[in-house]
Design a protein around this ligand. Structure first.
Ligand code: NAD
Ligand code: ADE
Length: 491
């Protein structure tokens, strides 16, 4: 539990005294986030988010702190929670709560997040981002909730939808990504909410103008909701901006996967065998990072195109069953369920390391492992657990099977998150200002905005872009100022 809850009504974080340390980290991160800082400069006079009340659920890291303060600088009010129980940096949360006294962060923002939450606490924190009664009272206004959502993984957007459905029917939408325990927690939360206000979510949902979603798995869940005609407002799919998925998912994990493995285990990766499940954007970055450390990397894939890519990139492509006994480091990056099962784990080498970097914790069946007769668990240090099997062999499970690059390390570095979060800022502006034109559905930002995000990051790296001549622009049939690629181009 947090040790300093002096103002539990207004925020809930680990320790507000970490704010000074957090502010130093934020200051240094700003220097590595040119996209966010130039969007602040470009839009601060026009205040395009004035009147926006953003409820956010995305890992409360130092980089997210710079995003939150960018929203404030553009006129928004914000409330925030993490999208994962282990992904908060407590010093960043504290700095955001305290604020910096600058125009970007005049008085701080309510945050409900700390590293090491229980699932019950996680859902209660998401719910707190939807309660705007304090702001309404302070402003003499009659709103009850946010008018914009920002999500990473879909849980916050789903909570609002589930709330409406539950109030109307007493039912929940079954979520494959949630355990039975999570369904029970959400049901209890919604029952309590309905008992105190039977129309609470039916009041909150219609006031929501739009939303943005950060990650592959969240987008997939929202597309399913839209396909079932259940989506209630426009959502911008930030993940499929090229400057998000082709950078954060790939180059971000190339940094933070190895960071997490090193902090958790300190084992040499070079010369060992690593197995990466999934060769999408995150799998590609993961495999490259492990190869960069000198590991011999084996990839598994279900998609023949991605499998062929992995093969031509020089990796062995195999089924887990054929190589499981030889692997030292396992990494799951599929967004899929039960990719590594207790039956696989029983055959693993002594002290094989299991880590997942997909969004949800169901890629490795850690619950099944823990429930296997004769298996015992020894905690080695925070978020590093040894499971001893009846054979006498052990495996090391990192972050309890949850995103280990955020649990065992601090996630992707600032520069790459600047590109992701510049897309988030543009998405929030777009959804807030043009929701009616967008209409209910899952949308992407235009290619020209995607190219703009890339442009904002070139100068910091000393990149000198070649400009089309008039003759060349005419020859290839492109506007000199872009966009340069059609929507079909895959990068
Ligand atoms: P993606 O769709 O590009 O790649 C996933 C790949 O896994 C696909 O190529 C798919 O064919 C493959 N796959 C699916 N089931 C499989 C199975 N059973 N065995 C082997 N391969 C399988 O998605 P992505 O953008 O790479 O994201 C992967 C996951 O990582 C998602 O859950 C996403 O939300 C998450 N993510 C995490 C971080 C992080 O910081 N940890 C960052 C971005 C995305
Ligand atoms: N996802 C991956 N890395 C992240 C970071 N540094 N901050 C927020 N979300 C992330």
């Amino acid at each position: 539990m947090p040790t300093n809850l002096l103002n539990e009504q207004a925020f809930k974080i680990r320790d507000v005294n970490l704010a000074t340390e957090g502010r130093h980290h934020i200051r240094l991160a700003q220097a590595e986030m040119p996209g966010l800082m130039s969007l602040r400069e470009e839009h601060k006079a026009a205040q395009p988010l004035k009147g926006a009340r953003i409820a956010g659920s995305l890992s409360m890291t130092v980089q997210t702190a710079v995003l939150i303060e960018t929203f404030v600088a553009l006129g928004a009010e914000v409330r925030w929670a993490s999208c994962n129980i282990f992904s908060t940096q407590d010093e960043a949360a504290a700095a955001i709560v305290v604020g910096s006294g600058t125009p970007e962060a005049p008085k701080g923002v309510p945050v409900f997040a700390w590293k090491g939450q229980t699932s019950e606490e996680y859902w209660s924190c998401l719910e707190r981002t939807l309660d705007w009664s304090a702001e309404a009272a302070a402003e003499g206004a009659d709103f009850t909730g946010p008018n914009m959502l920002l999500d990473d993984g879909g849980d916050l957007i789903f909570l609002v939808h589930q709330g409406v459905i539950f109030e109307q029917s007493g039912q929940l939408l079954q979520q494959q990504s949630w355990t039975n325990h999570e369904h029970e927690i959400v049901r209890n939360l919604l029952e309590a909410s309905k008992a105190s206000d039977p129309k609470r979510f039916q009041t909150i949902a219609p006031a929501i103008i739009g939303a943005s979603e950060e990650t592959t798995t969240g987008v997939q869940r929202l597309r399913e909701l839209a396909a079932e005609d259940q989506l209630l407002f426009p959502v911008i799919n930030v993940n499929d901006s090229a400057t998000k998925s082709k950078f954060d998912n790939k180059y971000g994990i190339r940094h933070s996967l190895v960071d997490g493995l090193n902090r958790a285990t300190d084992m040499l990766i070079g010369g060992k065998v690593a197995f990466v499940a999934g060769y999408g954007d995150v799998g590609k970055g993961s495999a490259e990072a492990l190869r960069g450390q000198g590991a011999r990397v084996i990839v598994s894939e279900i998609d023949p195109i991605c499998a062929l890519q992995a093969a031509l990139d020089g990796y062995q492509v195999a089924q887990i069953e054929d190589v499981v006994e030889t692997v030292d480091f396992f990494v799951t990056a599929t967004g899929n369920v039960n990719v590594i099962t207790p039956a696989h784990i029983a055959k693993m080498k002594n002290l094989a390391v299991l880590s997942n970097v997909g969004h949800f914790d169901n890629e490795i069946d850690v619950l099944g492992l823990a429930a296997t007769p004769g298996v015992t668990k020894v905690n080695i240090r925070p978020l590093v657990d040894e499971y001893v099997m009846p054979s006498g062999r052990s495996v090391l499970v990192l972050s309890e099977g949850r995103v280990m690059n955020l649990g065992n390390a601090t996630g992707h570095p600032s520069f790459v998150m600047s590109a992701s979060f510049s897309n988030q800022v543009l998405a929030q502006i777009e959804a807030y200002q043009n929701a009616a034109d967008l209409g209910i559905g899952v949308h992407t930002l235009s290619r020209i905005l995607d190219e703009k995000v890339a442009r904002l990051h070139l100068a910091a790296l000393g990149v000198k872009l070649t400009e089309l001549t008039t003759e060349q622009a005419k020859y290839v049939g492109l506007p000199k100022e872009g966009p340069y690629k059609s929507d079909l181009y895959r990068y």
